[in-house]
Design a protein around this ligand. Sequence first.
Ligand code: GRF
Length: 205
Amino acid sequence: LVLGVLVSGSGTNLQAVIDAVKAGSLNAKIAVVVSNIATAKGLDRAAAAGIPTVVLDHKAYANRAAFDAAVVEVLRERGVSCVVLAGFMRIVTSTLLDAFPHRVVNIHPSLLPAFPGVDAQAQAFAYGVRVTGCTVHLVDSGTDTGPILAQATVPVLEGDDVAALRARILQKEHELLPAVLQWIAEGRLEVVSGEAGTRPRVRIL
Ligand code: GRF
């Protein structure tokens, strides 16, 4: 499995993927890390691991599709077969999705469909749920709406604040994302289109 990882920030999920590859629990190669933010710490993590990095400033492109076309070009050049959004804070368009059908994966810090969008941990905390978690899913044209691959639960504990909850969820993310990528590496993913009017689902073989 040849991965292209897209990041905008600290890149701790990227780090978890790097570590899993190094440890041999994820049979993949990270061919390139792309960021829309030149100062993203994720780029330093990639460089430290000897992974090529590319910065594409979204502000330099006329629209989302033009930016995505540039991203696709970089990913194709590097032979990427699966794209991982690991804290990539841009909405992606059909330009990216059509280039990698069923092979764009996102990690989201809630149990979808609860709390989509930004600051899912703060949304969950504010709502007062007792259990939240994280979701790894295939990306479709909606925001955090694609077929779910895996979820892990995380309790909200007495005395938590948003920061503590965020950290507890992040730990789970770091386990779940490399595990799901390994399923993909093993070819165990099957997207099942349900009956008319139902959502496509994923079967793990
Ligand atoms: C994670 O919480 C991820 O679920 C969300 O953005 C955050 C990225 O964190 N999409 P990091 O950059 O991997 O540390």
